[in-house]
Design a protein around this ligand. Structure first.
Ligand code: 8YV
Length: 329
């Protein structure tokens, strides 16, 4: 007797190879249009799905989870951050949550370096002058000068997988590694990275030249970089965020940038994504990207593979490898 395939609803379009494999394994319902699902469409989906595959653009909050049908047993997030899901509410209803850690580490760290370099060396500003002979009239010794990153201090906020991958790259670029984390990392990692641990985030922020935000967004990290803490930073400092917009008070950041109290910002994520503070858009010292830190085809396929493994393991009656427990968020 062949086993009935579980109904899996995917909220967004995924790479073809991932969708094909999911259709082979599961009774998969795709979103061909790739239009983000509304809250009512999500609630509707939870009435039939045994497994829901959401992404960062889907808000699986308590209201959605409370209205889900009893057949919904797994929320297999296509993404590492689970701040889009009320994990506690899911757990209370006996719904398992999984994510896709590890496979987007290197891509996100690459994008972090790209932003650090883009801000410090004014890459976008420079590129935008090409072709306009009124602006770029030819080489000049004092025009379009940025700042050297070699020898500067980088402060990493959140020294998990991505933070460490950023540190490895940054060390190769000659940056000195400083970090703040809830827990100090193992001494072998500190030694490899020649990293200095700061128990106090304010003290670290006051001393570094570049800050990279690499921690997850949880209730505890919401506005971790508050107006008060941002004020402690050097007026020449650069802040780069490839984690989640909510970790920085975006209005305070914008105000400081406008007032010349910060050297520049590189943001891949925003507090009210996809909305971006209008004043940030106009600021030449802000390099802004549309949440593309993990946007490589290899990364997306690996994420899909992780989702498949989580679903398959779960529906075969085992604990999925990337289970997220309420105590982890
Ligand atoms: C993903 C991310 O693209 O995985 C994450 O946490 O921030 C992104 O890189 C997105 O979350 C997919 O849902």
């Amino acid at each position: 007797m062949t086993k009935r395939k579980p109904v899996v609803i995917i909220s967004r379009k995924l790479p073809d190879v991932v969708e094909t494999r999911m259709r082979e394994l599961f009774d998969t319902r795709l979103n061909e249009s790739d239009e983000p699902m509304s809250q009512s469409a999500l609630i509707e989906a939870t009435k039939t799905a045994e497994v829901l595959v959401p992404t960062v653009t889907d808000k699986i909050d308590k209201a959605v989870i409370m209205q889900a049908g009893d057949q919904l047993k797994l929320i297999a997030n296509f993404g590492t951050g689970v701040d889009n899901i009320d994990v506690e509410a899911a757990s209370n209803r006996g719904i398992t949550v999984t994510n896709t850690p590890g496979v987007l580490t290197e891509d996100t760290a690459d994008m972090t370096m790209a932003l650090i370099l883009a801000v410090a060396r004014r890459v976008i500003e420079g590129a935008n002058t090409i072709g306009d002979e009124n602006v770029w009239k030819g080489w000049s010794p004092t025009w379009m000068l940025g700042h050297r990153i070699y020898g500067k201090r980088l402060g990493i906020v959140g020294m998990g997988r991505i933070g460490q991958a950023v540190a490895r790259r940054a060390k190769a670029f000659g940056l000195q590694i400083h970090y703040h984390n809830r827990k100090r990392v193992h001494s072998t990692i500190e030694e490899e990275l020649e990293a200095t641990y700061w128990d106090s985030l304010p003290q670290m922020l006051a001393r570094v030249d570049v800050v990279s935000v690499n921690c997850p967004h949880t209730p505890g990290t919401y506005h971790l970089l508050s107006a008060g803490l941002l004020k402690l930073m050097k007026p020449t400092a650069i802040i780069v965020n490839t984690a989640r917009g909510e970790i920085i008070d975006e209005n305070a950041l914008t105000r400081m940038l406008e007032a010349g109290e910060l050297g520049g910002v590189g943001l891949d994520v925003f507090e009210h994504e996809p909305a971006v503070n209008k004043k940030l858009l106009k600021n030449p010292r802000a390099v802004l990207l549309p949440h593309m830190g993990s946007a490589t085809i290899e990364g997306r396929i690996d994420m899909g593979e992780k989702v498949i493994i989580n679903i398959k393991t779960f529906t075969d009656g085992h604990t999925p490898p990337d289970r997220v427990l309420p105590s982890m968020v």
